[in-house]
Design a protein. Sequence first.
Length: 321
Amino acid sequence: MKRLLSCGLMALATLTAGQAVAAEYPNKPIRWIVPYAAGGGSDFLARTISQALGRETGQTILVDNKPGGNTAIGAAETARAPGDGYTVLSADNGTLVFNPALYSQLTYDPAQLAPVSLMGRFPMILVVGPNSTAKDAKDFIAQAKAAGDKLSYGSAGAGSPHHLAMELLNKEAGLKQVHVPYRGAAPALTDVAGGQIPAMMVDLAAGAGFIKGGKVRPLAVANDKRLPQLPDVPTFAELGLGKIEAAALVGMVVPASTPADVIATLNQKVVASIRDKDVNQRMVEFGVEPVGSTAAEYRELLASENARWQPLIRDLGIKLD
């Protein structure tokens, strides 16, 4: 009886301590790890949202760039951090969905990271060079099918959303395009614009300058609806290829040991920051589709993304180690 009472008191004390932490959270600066170098889409997202998040929390938000290991360095550091809500990570599909299938060994387990909110989506767009004879996406697919494995495509790197989006097109349209990986979207776009490579999938944030300048031509978007920035460019669904939806998904995660009440508080403040008028407008102008989901919605999305992409990665035999 005494043992049961003791266990009960210990559980109550733990619960009370957790509630106390949540009640006073946040009361010191928050470190926001970005697993990429400064200047990219994930970095832009963190720095833009952090300005409003600082006002929402009344605390300083310290953006800390930790590039390397295909996001594994930043992810592993976050997974090892105390679960107190003061270390957060910008995590994309690579971190949470692709890497477990791309690598036989990882320095972290996605299960060590708890979803807070999906912050934004970077939908993929099929683009070709200005000298392409394809009149539209249907024409491009017909030409690619006729070319067999003689047609290549570029990407921002092996295992990137850009790479896997085009492999999804290959699968759904019965194409055999050959992958040519680059070190980032910019050099791949440069070669598409110069005619060295016929086509690629790219997000608007990376490709907007090339598209607006007429250096590459958008044919279709891998999204459930047309992009407001490209209202004349059809979706793949409009072409009868409804399964071709692909985007770089960037969300916020924390160590899995973080109390649910702290995650709920953080979620509320992150979502409010994303809905801030100025922040929202800057995201759209950059080429990001603002989201701001609940933690549960983000968790469900990750489960569905795992079911979609991991079998494709394994079927293609893509490995990065």
